[in-house]
Ligand binder design. Structure first.
Ligand SMILES: NC(=O)c1ccc[n+]([C@@H]2O[C@H](COP(=O)([O-])OP(=O)(O)OC[C@H]3O[C@@H](n4cnc5c(N)ncnc54)[C@H](O)[C@@H]3O)[C@@H](O)[C@H]2O)c1
Length: 257
């Protein structure tokens, strides 16, 4: 049986941890050659080791998505190593400060936007010429339910993820003529290191946090990284050849209400 990404080359930003790592592992298991990129070299190394130990193909390329030169060099390194690029997954992200607009400093705003918005812009900018050269490809952006709806927390993060939602639609409209599809995934709360940190600081810890965060969901539990990775796999593969410009909620029914 051939894998669902057999023969494809995929580059994942933020591949060292959480949903990026789960996506890298699933992609490799489905036959892709995976460029695992992140600014955390140590963690990325264990993701690459796990993939190669189970017979997959992966290599680490250091990338800080907030710095264009770093993005350009990692993308060209991956293309040189694997001979081209078919799939870009923009997963790197940070959550930033939990403040309402009037309390956020300019530095806090800029730091968050540098990663969550400019990072998607830089990686897309440098990947697109290689996807065009290949005759097409797929870009999957990580937004959030917070890029679709508002609430009263983490304001800069909401606004940044809203920008990713629109970058997805705009790039889908622009690049269809080159055979490039662009879609985004919008998880509600998924149990990753990013969330574990927040949950452990919550009164009552993870169980109380899970109860509170899933109160508006139809399926009242936190998501698992692999449950998101399977959606990214579909959007990256040729199975979704007619799907572009879609902002797909993966949220246990949160936004259905
Ligand atoms: N966990 C959730 O509940 C949740 C929900 C919705 C959306 N998201 C989004 O999904 C994506 C992945 O989240 P996660 O929970 O798996 O996070 P995570 O913290 O486990 O992993 C994020 C990765 O991004 C990397 N990263 C951060 N800044 C970077 C930079 N400047 N350059 C390169 N790499 C950088 C980190 O080193 C880390 O490996 C993020 O974009 C996040 O905003 C997460």
């Amino acid at each position: 049986m051939t894998g669902r990404l057999e023969g494809k080359v995929a580059l994942i930003t933020g591949g060292a941890s959480g949903m990026g790592a789960a996506t890298a592992e699933l992609f490799a298991a489905e036959g892709a050659s995976v460029a695992v990129t992140d600014f955390n070299a140590a963690l990325s190394g264990s993701v690459v080791d796990a993939i190669t130990a189970s017979g997959g193909i992966a290599e680490f390329f250091e990338m800080d998505v907030a710095r264009e030169a770093s993005v350009a060099s990692a993308v060209s390194g991956a293309v040189a190593r694997f001979g081209g690029l078919d799939v870009l997954v923009n997963c790197a992200g940070v959550i930033g400060v939990d403040k309402p607009t009037h309390e956020v400093t300019e530095e806090e705003w800029d730091a968050l936007f540098a990663v969550d918005v400019k990072g998607v812009f830089f990686a897309t900018k440098h990947a697109v010429p290689h996807l065009i050269e290949r005759g097409g490809g797929s870009i999957v952006n990580f937004s959030s339910i917070y890029g679709l709806i508002g609430n009263d927390e983490f304001t800069p993060y909401h606004v940044a993820k809203g920008a990713v939602t629109m970058q997805t639609k705009q790039d889908a409209a622009s690049y269809g003529r080159y055979g490039i599809r662009v879609n985004s995934v919008h998880p509600s709360t998924v149990l990753t290191p990013l969330v574990e940190g927040i949950a452990s600081a919550y009164p009552g810890g993870l169980p109380a946090y899970e109860e509170m965060m899933t109160a508006n969901q139809s399926i009242r539990r936190l998501g698992r990284p692999v449950e998101v990775a399977y959606a990214v796999l579909y959007l990256a593969s040729d199975e979704s050849a007619w799907v572009t410009g879609v902002n797909l909620p993966l949220d246990g029914g949160y936004t259905a209400r």
